[in-house]
Design a protein. Structure first.
Length: 305
């Protein structure tokens, strides 16, 4: 049976996944959203591979016991950088701190993310999912890119989602002022925007030793959506969560993308865990990618040199 492109992700989600045993001894991995779900799973697996870590997170008190656990268990260095990714100024401060503190970044894993069933806005008046899932991750990556390029060989991994299939990007209405907001549409738009801007980042990284790829981390149990109301949380706890897998599968997939020699020089791909896959057509539209890139640059207050 040949699966249509629109449904191939269902087949891939059940496929046998690739694995790696590559050492990351002496490397440094920067992970956003590192205190729960996919980010925490990635931190634990990469720590076991002997990578030193920078955990970028909103809550330092939540990060401290994780830091102690990883350092004591694996004998690595784990540092904490505090930043709320709903606030662009904190993202800029975190990037600046990292730029000044670390001589080299080997892996950047953009794992921070939210899902909201309500239309919410950040302090800049931007719809919250778009701000956190896309714009802040985009800003963080752009600010660190000069260092990544200068330092030589490194990998950027964007934790994306099959949820991108639920929505394209409405350039003139990212805040849902003229259309009905749903959690799936808000989340989908943010993840599609990330895929489209990645197309442009691949072009900017061409000729360097830096690669950038996107990854759907699997249908796993995470804390995403915990900010939503009682009904959402009740349904998730008693129904949805029983169909989801342990986040360890995400950590293993991210470890493969971060460390396996097979990925040397591979850039601009979308992986369903470790399976190379085509995203939805609206997320690969090269007539849209520069427009979404330009919009993103304007919204976060950046200008290309």
């Amino acid at each position: 049976m040949k699966w249509p492109d629109e449904l191939i992700f269902m087949k891939n989600s059940r496929a046998v996944q690739k694995e790696t045993h590559a050492s990351m001894l002496g490397q440094l991995s920067v992970i956003t959203g590192a205190t729960s779900g996919v980010g925490l799973s990635a931190a634990r697996v990469l720590a076991a591979a002997k990578s030193n870590l920078v955990m970028v997170c909103r809550n330092k008190e939540k990060a401290l016991p994780i830091q102690a656990e990883l350092m004591n268990t694996h004998g690595i260095q784990v540092d904490i950088v505090v930043a709320d990714f709903s606030k662009f100024n904190e993202v800029k401060s975190a990037a600046d701190q990292i730029m000044k503190t670390y001589p080299k970044i080997d892996v950047l894993i953009n794992s921070v993310g939210i899902h909201s069933t309500r239309k919410l806005f950040n302090e800049d008046g931007i719809e919250l999912c778009f701000a956190v899932n896309h714009l802040s991750t985009f800003l963080f990556t752009k600010l660190l890119m000069p260092k990544l390029i200068k330092d030589g060989k490194s990998r950027i991994i964007q934790i994306n989602s099959e949820g991108h299939r639920f929505s394209g990007v409405k350039l003139k209405d990212i805040n849902f002022k003229r259309r009905i907001y749903t959690g799936l549409k808000g989340y989908g738009q943010s993840k599609t925007a990330q895929l489209l801007t990645t197309i442009e980042l691949v072009k900017q990284l061409k000729g360097s030793e830096v690669t950038i790829n996107c990854c759907h981390p699997g249908a796993v149990k995470t804390a995403i959506g915990s900010n939503n109301g009682f009904l959402y949380r009740f349904f998730f706890k008693h129904v949805t969560s029983h169909f989801l897998k342990d986040p360890i599968i995400s950590g293993k997939a991210i470890y493969y993308l971060a460390a396996d020699p097979e990925l040397d020089g591979i850039s601009g791909r979308f992986f369903n865990l470790t399976i190379d896959e085509k995203p939805a057509k609206h997320a690969t539209d090269e007539s849209m990618s520069p427009k979404v890139y330009e919009l993103s640059m304007n919204l976060v207050g950046l200008k290309d040199a």
